[in-house]
Design a protein. Structure first.
Length: 94
């Protein structure tokens, strides 16, 4: 998905709300692309900035106010549970 003016606007809105700081613009753009692209989920290992309750709540509120579906932001394990995806167990075949 290209970075459109809409994506830029949403990214800066999310920075303004405190979802992420201006020092983490890449995170803001990941969130914005997910909102504009109407993603079901954003998978991340970044539990300090993205997959934390503060960011999730602000993003959920933003999406609700703008008539967008909620984007669930979480770790691969969390997103798999939310989306009812089964992750196969890894076995050591060595």
């Amino acid at each position: 998905m290209p970075t459109t003016e809409r994506v830029r606007a949403v990214a800066w809105d999310l920075v303004g709300l405190g979802c992420v700081t201006a020092n983490h613009l890449a995170d803001a753009f990941h969130l914005a692309h997910s909102v504009v692209g109407r993603a079901d989920a954003l998978v991340t290992w970044d539990v300090q900035d993205l997959a934390r309750e503060h960011t999730r709540r602000l993003l959920r509120d933003y999406s609700w106010r703008h008539g967008s579906p909620e984007v669930r932001v979480g770790t691969p394990i969390e997103d798999a549970k939310w989306l009812d995806v089964k992750i196969p167990r890894c076995t050591n075949s060595a």
